[in-house]
Design a protein. Structure first.
Length: 331
Protein backbone atom coordinates (compact mmCIF):
# COMPACT_ATOMS: atom_id res chain seq x y z
CA UNK A 1 0.00 0.00 0.00
CA UNK A 2 2.95 2.30 0.53
CA UNK A 3 3.74 2.15 -3.22
CA UNK A 4 0.17 2.47 -4.50
CA UNK A 5 -0.02 6.21 -3.92
CA UNK A 6 2.47 9.03 -4.16
CA UNK A 7 4.24 9.54 -0.82
CA UNK A 8 6.00 12.84 -0.08
CA UNK A 9 8.34 13.81 2.74
CA UNK A 10 6.83 16.87 4.43
CA UNK A 11 9.38 17.44 7.22
CA UNK A 12 12.23 15.78 9.08
CA UNK A 13 12.74 15.87 12.83
CA UNK A 14 15.98 17.24 14.23
CA UNK A 15 18.77 14.73 14.82
CA UNK A 16 17.91 12.48 17.77
CA UNK A 17 14.22 13.43 17.73
CA UNK A 18 11.06 12.00 16.17
CA UNK A 19 8.08 13.61 14.47
CA UNK A 20 4.56 12.77 15.64
CA UNK A 21 0.94 13.94 15.38
CA UNK A 22 0.97 16.01 12.16
CA UNK A 23 -1.85 18.33 11.19
CA UNK A 24 -2.39 20.22 7.94
CA UNK A 25 -4.74 22.97 6.79
CA UNK A 26 -5.29 24.90 3.56
CA UNK A 27 -5.04 28.66 3.91
CA UNK A 28 -6.78 31.27 1.71
CA UNK A 29 -5.09 31.28 -1.68
CA UNK A 30 -4.21 27.58 -1.49
CA UNK A 31 -1.10 27.77 0.72
CA UNK A 32 -0.71 24.74 2.98
CA UNK A 33 0.35 24.97 6.61
CA UNK A 34 1.39 21.90 8.60
CA UNK A 35 2.22 21.45 12.27
CA UNK A 36 3.68 18.51 14.16
CA UNK A 37 5.17 17.59 17.53
CA UNK A 38 8.91 16.98 17.69
CA UNK A 39 10.44 15.13 20.63
CA UNK A 40 12.51 12.19 21.75
CA UNK A 41 9.58 9.76 21.62
CA UNK A 42 5.83 9.31 21.32
CA UNK A 43 5.73 10.12 25.03
CA UNK A 44 8.70 12.05 26.42
CA UNK A 45 9.52 14.70 28.98
CA UNK A 46 10.04 17.36 26.33
CA UNK A 47 8.14 18.18 23.17
CA UNK A 48 7.84 21.18 20.90
CA UNK A 49 5.57 22.11 18.01
CA UNK A 50 7.03 22.97 14.64
CA UNK A 51 5.32 24.32 11.54
CA UNK A 52 6.16 24.19 7.84
CA UNK A 53 4.38 25.58 4.77
CA UNK A 54 4.00 24.83 1.08
CA UNK A 55 3.18 27.27 -1.72
CA UNK A 56 3.13 24.71 -4.54
CA UNK A 57 0.35 22.30 -3.60
CA UNK A 58 2.41 20.29 -1.13
CA UNK A 59 5.25 19.34 -3.46
CA UNK A 60 7.92 21.26 -1.54
CA UNK A 61 7.92 22.56 2.03
CA UNK A 62 9.71 25.30 3.91
CA UNK A 63 12.31 24.64 6.58
CA UNK A 64 10.36 23.83 9.77
CA UNK A 65 10.33 26.48 12.49
CA UNK A 66 9.42 26.25 16.17
CA UNK A 67 5.96 27.65 16.90
CA UNK A 68 5.57 26.45 20.52
CA UNK A 69 8.30 25.35 22.90
CA UNK A 70 7.40 25.75 26.55
CA UNK A 71 9.09 24.19 29.57
CA UNK A 72 6.93 21.05 29.34
CA UNK A 73 5.69 18.62 26.70
CA UNK A 74 3.62 20.53 24.10
CA UNK A 75 1.72 18.02 21.98
CA UNK A 76 -1.11 17.24 19.55
CA UNK A 77 -1.10 20.48 17.52
CA UNK A 78 -4.25 21.19 15.51
CA UNK A 79 -4.85 23.94 12.97
CA UNK A 80 -8.08 25.74 12.12
CA UNK A 81 -8.51 28.40 9.43
CA UNK A 82 -11.29 30.87 10.18
CA UNK A 83 -13.52 32.53 7.59
CA UNK A 84 -11.72 35.84 8.03
CA UNK A 85 -8.32 34.25 7.36
CA UNK A 86 -6.99 33.94 10.91
CA UNK A 87 -5.35 30.65 11.86
CA UNK A 88 -5.77 29.00 15.26
CA UNK A 89 -3.23 26.55 16.67
CA UNK A 90 -4.47 24.44 19.57
CA UNK A 91 -2.50 21.95 21.67
CA UNK A 92 -2.26 20.55 25.19
CA UNK A 93 0.66 20.37 27.57
CA UNK A 94 1.96 17.68 29.93
CA UNK A 95 4.37 18.25 32.81
CA UNK A 96 6.60 15.21 33.33
CA UNK A 97 8.66 16.68 36.17
CA UNK A 98 7.13 14.24 38.65
CA UNK A 99 9.18 11.10 39.15
CA UNK A 100 6.07 8.92 39.02
CA UNK A 101 3.60 10.43 36.56
CA UNK A 102 2.70 13.49 34.50
CA UNK A 103 0.49 16.46 35.30
CA UNK A 104 -1.80 17.93 32.66
CA UNK A 105 -1.08 21.64 32.37
CA UNK A 106 -4.11 22.35 30.17
CA UNK A 107 -5.33 23.03 26.64
CA UNK A 108 -4.27 26.22 24.85
CA UNK A 109 -5.13 28.13 21.69
CA UNK A 110 -2.86 30.55 19.84
CA UNK A 111 -3.96 32.86 17.04
CA UNK A 112 -2.09 33.99 13.92
CA UNK A 113 -3.21 36.85 11.71
CA UNK A 114 -0.33 36.48 9.25
CA UNK A 115 -0.76 32.96 7.94
CA UNK A 116 1.15 31.18 10.68
CA UNK A 117 4.32 33.27 10.62
CA UNK A 118 3.77 34.61 14.16
CA UNK A 119 1.48 33.50 16.98
CA UNK A 120 -0.26 35.21 19.87
CA UNK A 121 0.28 34.35 23.51
CA UNK A 122 -1.62 31.18 24.48
CA UNK A 123 -5.23 31.46 25.59
CA UNK A 124 -6.11 28.80 28.18
CA UNK A 125 -9.28 26.81 27.53
CA UNK A 126 -11.55 26.72 30.56
CA UNK A 127 -13.08 23.40 31.52
CA UNK A 128 -14.58 21.49 34.43
CA UNK A 129 -12.84 18.29 33.31
CA UNK A 130 -9.93 16.81 35.18
CA UNK A 131 -6.78 16.22 33.12
CA UNK A 132 -8.24 17.79 29.96
CA UNK A 133 -6.71 17.14 26.55
CA UNK A 134 -7.54 18.02 22.96
CA UNK A 135 -6.97 16.14 19.71
CA UNK A 136 -9.43 17.88 17.39
CA UNK A 137 -9.17 21.29 15.76
CA UNK A 138 -11.34 24.29 16.56
CA UNK A 139 -14.57 24.31 14.52
CA UNK A 140 -16.10 27.57 13.28
CA UNK A 141 -19.90 27.63 13.25
CA UNK A 142 -21.99 29.45 10.63
CA UNK A 143 -22.78 32.27 13.06
CA UNK A 144 -19.11 32.85 13.90
CA UNK A 145 -18.90 31.08 17.27
CA UNK A 146 -15.99 28.69 17.74
CA UNK A 147 -15.97 25.33 19.49
CA UNK A 148 -12.95 23.35 20.64
CA UNK A 149 -13.50 19.66 21.47
CA UNK A 150 -11.94 18.31 24.68
CA UNK A 151 -11.84 15.05 26.55
CA UNK A 152 -11.03 14.22 30.16
CA UNK A 153 -12.41 12.92 33.41
CA UNK A 154 -15.59 14.31 34.95
CA UNK A 155 -15.65 15.30 38.60
CA UNK A 156 -17.37 12.00 39.32
CA UNK A 157 -17.29 8.77 37.35
CA UNK A 158 -14.66 6.42 36.01
CA UNK A 159 -15.02 6.93 32.26
CA UNK A 160 -13.65 9.88 30.31
CA UNK A 161 -16.16 12.12 28.55
CA UNK A 162 -16.06 14.44 25.55
CA UNK A 163 -17.01 18.11 25.78
CA UNK A 164 -16.84 21.33 23.78
CA UNK A 165 -15.93 24.83 24.96
CA UNK A 166 -17.19 27.90 23.09
CA UNK A 167 -15.45 31.14 22.13
CA UNK A 168 -17.41 34.15 20.92
CA UNK A 169 -14.42 36.45 20.34
CA UNK A 170 -12.41 34.69 17.64
CA UNK A 171 -10.62 32.30 19.98
CA UNK A 172 -9.15 34.92 22.28
CA UNK A 173 -11.03 33.58 25.34
CA UNK A 174 -12.58 30.20 26.16
CA UNK A 175 -14.71 30.46 29.31
CA UNK A 176 -15.42 27.32 31.30
CA UNK A 177 -19.03 28.45 31.72
CA UNK A 178 -19.60 27.78 28.03
CA UNK A 179 -18.64 24.12 28.24
CA UNK A 180 -21.12 21.49 27.03
CA UNK A 181 -20.74 17.73 27.42
CA UNK A 182 -21.22 16.14 24.02
CA UNK A 183 -20.70 12.46 24.85
CA UNK A 184 -20.85 10.56 28.15
CA UNK A 185 -21.95 7.02 28.88
CA UNK A 186 -21.33 4.52 31.66
CA UNK A 187 -18.85 1.89 30.57
CA UNK A 188 -17.58 3.86 27.53
CA UNK A 189 -14.52 6.11 27.68
CA UNK A 190 -14.75 8.81 25.01
CA UNK A 191 -11.47 10.28 23.78
CA UNK A 192 -10.05 12.53 21.07
CA UNK A 193 -13.31 14.03 19.71
CA UNK A 194 -13.28 15.93 16.44
CA UNK A 195 -15.93 18.39 15.28
CA UNK A 196 -17.02 18.87 11.66
CA UNK A 197 -19.51 21.39 10.28
CA UNK A 198 -21.51 19.84 7.44
CA UNK A 199 -22.69 21.82 4.39
CA UNK A 200 -26.21 22.21 5.80
CA UNK A 201 -24.87 23.66 9.05
CA UNK A 202 -25.24 20.52 11.16
CA UNK A 203 -22.40 19.55 13.46
CA UNK A 204 -20.90 16.08 13.77
CA UNK A 205 -18.65 14.79 16.54
CA UNK A 206 -16.57 11.70 15.83
CA UNK A 207 -15.16 10.10 18.97
CA UNK A 208 -12.40 7.63 19.66
CA UNK A 209 -13.05 5.12 22.43
CA UNK A 210 -11.08 2.45 24.22
CA UNK A 211 -13.23 -0.09 22.35
CA UNK A 212 -12.89 -1.41 18.82
CA UNK A 213 -14.82 1.34 17.03
CA UNK A 214 -15.37 5.08 16.88
CA UNK A 215 -18.71 6.61 17.90
CA UNK A 216 -20.65 9.50 16.40
CA UNK A 217 -22.93 12.22 17.81
CA UNK A 218 -24.74 15.08 16.07
CA UNK A 219 -25.93 18.56 16.96
CA UNK A 220 -28.55 20.58 15.08
CA UNK A 221 -28.32 23.72 17.27
CA UNK A 222 -24.71 24.78 17.02
CA UNK A 223 -23.34 22.43 19.66
CA UNK A 224 -25.67 23.41 22.51
CA UNK A 225 -27.29 19.96 22.61
CA UNK A 226 -26.20 16.62 21.19
CA UNK A 227 -27.80 13.36 20.13
CA UNK A 228 -26.94 10.23 22.07
CA UNK A 229 -23.65 8.92 20.62
CA UNK A 230 -23.82 5.65 18.73
CA UNK A 231 -21.18 3.16 17.69
CA UNK A 232 -20.02 2.95 14.07
CA UNK A 233 -18.22 0.15 12.25
CA UNK A 234 -15.14 2.39 11.91
CA UNK A 235 -12.08 0.75 13.58
CA UNK A 236 -10.48 4.12 14.30
CA UNK A 237 -7.70 4.66 16.82
CA UNK A 238 -6.94 8.34 16.25
CA UNK A 239 -8.77 10.05 13.40
CA UNK A 240 -9.30 13.23 11.38
CA UNK A 241 -12.39 14.40 9.48
CA UNK A 242 -12.08 16.75 6.51
CA UNK A 243 -15.16 18.41 5.02
CA UNK A 244 -14.66 18.40 1.25
CA UNK A 245 -15.60 21.17 -1.14
CA UNK A 246 -17.93 18.74 -2.92
CA UNK A 247 -19.97 18.05 0.20
CA UNK A 248 -18.61 14.73 1.47
CA UNK A 249 -16.17 14.11 4.31
CA UNK A 250 -12.87 12.25 4.27
CA UNK A 251 -12.21 10.29 7.46
CA UNK A 252 -8.58 9.24 7.84
CA UNK A 253 -7.62 7.19 10.87
CA UNK A 254 -5.33 4.78 12.61
CA UNK A 255 -6.74 1.42 11.53
CA UNK A 256 -6.73 -1.22 14.27
CA UNK A 257 -8.78 -3.82 12.38
CA UNK A 258 -5.91 -5.95 11.09
CA UNK A 259 -7.63 -6.20 7.70
CA UNK A 260 -4.78 -4.64 5.76
CA UNK A 261 -1.82 -5.00 8.12
CA UNK A 262 -1.07 -6.35 11.62
CA UNK A 263 0.02 -2.80 12.52
CA UNK A 264 -2.06 0.34 13.16
CA UNK A 265 -1.77 1.75 9.66
CA UNK A 266 -3.36 4.85 8.16
CA UNK A 267 -6.61 4.12 6.33
CA UNK A 268 -9.32 6.33 4.87
CA UNK A 269 -13.07 6.36 4.35
CA UNK A 270 -14.83 8.80 2.02
CA UNK A 271 -18.36 9.39 3.31
CA UNK A 272 -20.11 10.96 0.35
CA UNK A 273 -23.37 11.63 2.22
CA UNK A 274 -22.31 12.53 5.78
CA UNK A 275 -25.86 13.50 6.72
CA UNK A 276 -26.65 9.79 6.49
CA UNK A 277 -25.25 6.81 8.37
CA UNK A 278 -21.45 6.53 8.27
CA UNK A 279 -21.45 2.74 8.63
CA UNK A 280 -21.17 0.29 5.76
CA UNK A 281 -18.79 2.50 3.75
CA UNK A 282 -15.71 0.67 2.39
CA UNK A 283 -12.26 1.67 3.63
CA UNK A 284 -9.00 2.21 1.78
CA UNK A 285 -5.51 1.48 3.18
CA UNK A 286 -3.27 4.51 2.63
CA UNK A 287 0.09 4.16 4.38
CA UNK A 288 2.04 1.66 6.44
CA UNK A 289 5.41 2.79 7.78
CA UNK A 290 6.29 -0.74 8.88
CA UNK A 291 6.12 -0.13 12.64
CA UNK A 292 3.31 0.09 15.18
CA UNK A 293 3.84 3.75 16.14
CA UNK A 294 2.15 5.50 13.22
CA UNK A 295 -1.14 7.02 11.98
CA UNK A 296 -2.62 10.05 13.85
CA UNK A 297 -3.39 11.39 10.35
CA UNK A 298 -4.68 14.70 9.03
CA UNK A 299 -5.86 15.67 5.53
CA UNK A 300 -6.27 18.71 3.32
CA UNK A 301 -7.86 19.20 -0.09
CA UNK A 302 -5.37 20.41 -2.68
CA UNK A 303 -6.23 23.13 -5.20
CA UNK A 304 -6.48 20.53 -7.99
CA UNK A 305 -9.04 18.45 -6.05
CA UNK A 306 -6.63 15.77 -4.90
CA UNK A 307 -6.27 14.91 -1.22
CA UNK A 308 -3.13 15.10 0.90
CA UNK A 309 -3.08 12.95 4.04
CA UNK A 310 -0.26 13.38 6.55
CA UNK A 311 1.08 10.63 8.79
CA UNK A 312 4.54 9.97 10.25
CA UNK A 313 7.39 7.50 10.00
CA UNK A 314 9.31 7.10 13.25
CA UNK A 315 12.01 4.95 11.64
CA UNK A 316 12.93 7.81 9.29
CA UNK A 317 11.97 10.59 11.72
CA UNK A 318 9.73 12.18 9.11
CA UNK A 319 6.27 13.55 8.52
CA UNK A 320 4.99 12.02 5.30
CA UNK A 321 2.14 12.93 2.99
CA UNK A 322 0.10 10.51 0.88
CA UNK A 323 -1.63 11.91 -2.22
CA UNK A 324 -4.93 10.39 -3.31
CA UNK A 325 -7.89 11.31 -5.49
CA UNK A 326 -11.52 11.12 -4.37
CA UNK A 327 -12.05 8.53 -7.09
CA UNK A 328 -9.57 6.21 -5.37
CA UNK A 329 -12.01 5.64 -2.52
CA UNK A 330 -14.61 2.91 -3.04
CA UNK A 331 -18.23 4.00 -3.15
Amino acid sequence: MGDRFEVRVIARAADGDLAHFPDVARLPGGRLLAAYREGAGHVSHEGRIRTTASDDGGRTWSTPVVAVDGPYDDRDPKLAVLAGGAVLLSHFTLDWSSARDFTVRGVYVRRSDDGGHTWSAPAAVGTALRDPAAHGAVAELPGGDLLIPLYGMPRSGRCSVAAAVRSTDGGRTWPAASETVLAARDGVSFQEPTLTVLPGGGLVALLRTTGAHAWLARSADGGHTWSAPHELDLPASSHHVLALDGGGVLVTYGDTSGRFSPRRITSGRLVRHPERDWTGVPDLPLYDSGVDDQANPSSAELPDGRLLTLSFDVTAGTVVGVVTHPGDYPA
